[in-house]
Design a protein around this ligand. Structure first.
Ligand code: TYD
Length: 138
């Protein structure tokens, strides 16, 4: 278990880009992010009033990238809260295990890409905030 993380451990990762007159090419490879990618998923057709997340992970690392549009990520470690507006396709948010996250304020047409360090496993989720606080205090 990796539940001792603080919101300071959540960081924006700048994705290297190649820029020429034909546009921008952003690339994630090798040591761009501190985990091996085992899963990729994306959110789209998200209603602007949708509320997503509302959970923490015990082991999973994720990089969240606003491929198009923008949204707000609220992160909590049990002591502190931070709200990060993601709005640039070359800036991803690295969320480490042991961090509660909620996502809202989706812009219309927004696409949210998530790179994850493991395949989907419901056992890795903490879906009740009271359970999350109990994990953080144990
Ligand atoms: P959830 O992770 O709760 O979504 P979000 O954090 O974006 O609000 O997942 C929503 C539903 O989708 C839930 O029933 C589990 C399912 N799901 C999968 O089957 N595979 C996946 O890789 C993910 C991320 C979710």
């Amino acid at each position: 278990l990796n539940m001792n993380s603080k919101i300071e451990d959540v960081e924006i990762i700048e994705i290297p880009r190649v820029h020429d007159e034909r546009g921008l090419l952003a690339v994630i490879e090798g040591n761009t992010i501190p985990f091996d990618i085992k899963r990729v998923y994306y959110l789209y057709d998200v209603p602007s009033d949708a509320f997503r997340g509302g959970h923490a992970h015990k082991e999973l690392n994720q990089l969240i990238i606003p491929l198009s549009g923008s949204f707000d990520v609220h992160i909590k470690d049990g002591d502190n809260t931070r709200i990060i507006n993601l709005n640039k396709p070359h800036k991803g948010l690295l969320i480490v295990p042991g961090i509660w996250r909620e996502i809202d304020n989706f812009s219309s047409g927004c696409v949210c890409l998530v790179l994850a360090s493991a395949e989907y496993n419901e056992e890795d989720y903490i879906r009740k905030y009271s359970d999350f606080l109990a994990f953080k205090n144990s």
